[in-house]
Design a protein. Sequence first.
Length: 348
Amino acid sequence: MRTVNAYAAPSATEPLVPVTIERRDVGPTDVLIAIRYAGICHSDIHTVRGEWGEIAYPQVVGHEIVGEVLEVGADVTRYAVGDRVGVGCMVNSCRECENCLAGMENYCLNGMTGTYAAVDRDGTITQGGYSTHIVVDEDFVLRVPESIPYEAAAPLLCAGITTYSPLAHWGAGPGKRVAVVGMGGLGHMAVKIAAAMGAEVTVLSQSTSKEVDSLAFGATRHLATADGSVFRELRNTFDLIINTVSAPINIEAHLRMLRLDGTLVNVGAPPEPLPVRVFTLFSNRRSFAGSSIGSIGETQEMLDFCAEKGIAPAVEVIAADRVNEAYERVLASDVRYRFVIDTATLAG
Ligand code: NAP
Ligand code: ZN
Ligand code: ZN
């Protein structure tokens, strides 16, 4: 065991504080990673505040992890000391169910093991990336291309893959009209990736304050939904809508913007239900779908795609002691566009 520095939530209602946690010894198939940067995902906030259900405290969150391999187990074949690597939202799965065997561990029928707040195979609760080191089975470790700086690579491990996977699955590309709802961490990656895939991208945001950025990220237009007229004007327009909003929105109004055979994919994860009238789906044979992160294979494909296309998130690097302030800014939709913790500030 190794004692390492971290930042943890002591309860659902208190600010995060510095702590020490234990990381397991490096097993035969494990990789010990010296974490360089960890992104702050809105899921971290939903989790520590108990919005998705009760969790055990203290809890270290963070599932956008990048760093360097410090040590490898005796049977590790794919990684060596010094490699640039990443870890996303999962650290294991059953490896036996139909979905795991099909290479979709993120849909493991026995429940993939989340990088934090999940029961690990040794019975302990997993602790995430707001920390200096982590030990992960090599099968759940990704290779970070040389051309992507560490701090920019971190958000790709959740925000990147969670938007890449549905965009690729539902065929975003030339001739397809894609709308991205909410331009925060996930939303801004959805815009960059969909544009790089060749789709025509519209951003639907609460206001026009992020318009210049939307266009710079590759969108062809940015519209404010606070003015309800947008919903009327864009009726029957989009092939694909990616909803990244962390709170409940009027899903009906958004579904009506889908054209024939269009799909609205919800990746935003508010705990409340989103009501849908079936008649809205009957028109235009619309689909309302969900998508959960992406598989390990797709995550590597996404990292390589971003390297090839020169895509990187817009990040604001912060010291660990600014994490509580960063949470408030995320909640106020004031993130431009992902906070990333420099874990060197956790040392000592
Ligand atoms: P984020 O950075 O906070 O972005 C969410 C954006 O949604 C905000 O920037 C804002 O964009 C918009 N928004 C926020 N509150 C709103 C409201 N009340 N009404 C309308 N729009 C609102 O969050 P994130 O890290 O991108 O995560 C987004 C959601 O995805 C979270 O619920 C997270 O848990 C979930 N998530 C799901 C998966 C998955 O596998 N499905 C993976 C990762 C995250 P504008 O300022 O442009 O309006
Ligand atoms: Zn996330
Ligand atoms: Zn499985």
